[in-house]
Design a binder for this molecule. Sequence first.
Ligand SMILES: *[C@@H]1O[C@H](CO)[C@@H](O)[C@H](O)[C@H]1NC(C)=O
Length: 456
Amino acid sequence: MIVKGILGVLLAIGASYYFVGPILLNDKPHEVPKLVEKNWGPAGVKEDSSIRPFKIDIPKDVIVDLQKRLSNTRELTPPLENTGWTYGISGASLTKILDHWRNKYDWYKRQELLNKYPQFLTRIQGLDIHYIHAKPAKTVSNGKTLRVLPLLIVHGWPGSVVEFQKIIPMLTTPRPDADFVFEVIAPSLPGYGFSQGAVRPGLGHAQIGVIFKNLMTRLGFDKFYTQGGDWGSAVTSDIAILFPERVLGSHLNMCWVSGGQAMFWQVLGSFFPSLVVDAKYASKMYPMSQHWSRTIEESGYFHLQATKPDTVGVGLNNSPAGLAAYILEKFSTWTNPEYRFREDGDLLDKYTLDELLDNVMIYWVTNSITTSVRLYAESFSAENRNKFDHLQSYVPTACAVFPHEILYISEKIAKLRFKNLTQFNHLPRGGHFAAFEEPKILSDDLWTFVKNLENP
Ligand SMILES: *[C@@H]1O[C@H](CO)[C@@H](O)[C@H](O)[C@H]1NC(C)=O
């Protein structure tokens, strides 16, 4: 027992030094780095603080060209027998999806639905940023005037603001047990969909945090709440860390902590799980070897995008079949890892094919898959990693933990980074795309978090 203990501590220290360096037990409040507010746009672009109404309106020739390409798709390779989606998306499933896309999916009808909420463009640090701005329909409930709380909600990859179509009204509609309601600002990440991408290197998640902070300033919001999953979780955490005086509360699905301390506790926990995680959730972290091999199995895309994003982008930008395969595989496996064993990837268990294709279309019609995957390269450059990943947040924070989320950290590990973690809920259903898949559960968790902060 003693030998095992000493071995565990040594291994944990060794691993955290090896991966992160000698900042292991330094728990002193960090200094917040000052970021230069760089211009990311094309040379000579003028600053322009106007706010321009925007509607999605894709030229007809783009849709005609898409139809042609879909018709010219070469025969897809059938999957190996009884392998489901474990070799990647099944050619048999994709053939059916492409048939629907070509013959049943009606872009003009879908475009109208996607224009349901008011959208705008405004130029920040040289880039045109696209965002949905949805105000509450009414601000009086039971004769009482409600407080309207601004909420910045941020998507990730390979998603888009399409993921928020269902959750927005759940946030902007008053609830009988709350004396506030949300006004939702949902931007597209730079280089995603209708937001312009950078022309020079360096725009990682922290720098996007600066752009979105400036967006909120432009809209007149001094203080606001944030919500984010995937890259949105990183971006909104950055805003809380860099500009704590601006953020009333930070609600995250997919909480993540990197750095020496997290590594230390994770490795130590493989010897003494009870030091790190409640017994009930220990199997979500241990045995570590099992989780690491799963992570390696699912993260090939990540390494590629973090190193050679432009190469990956070429094929995807030219083939709608390739783009749909690349994106939809994630909507199967990241919604539930068991789906990959099913013949059809069980895509339609939680989504309609039309709404899945809406999200693929956002990448297709804007030709933005390459600029979207560059975010991995920018965020994992040595410079950006060393500058931000160890920083702690002191803003009130909630982690909404969905059972099929692709990464798991325990509450103890979350507290290493989120120093004011006021809510940490294990939710009953759902995976990585929580807003898209389980909007009711996610919005309930957010309302509870904010209610506890607003009415302590
Ligand atoms: C956490 O945030 C709440 C709300 O701002 C505040 O009242 C509380 O003192 C904070 N707690 C810590 C430990 O900072």
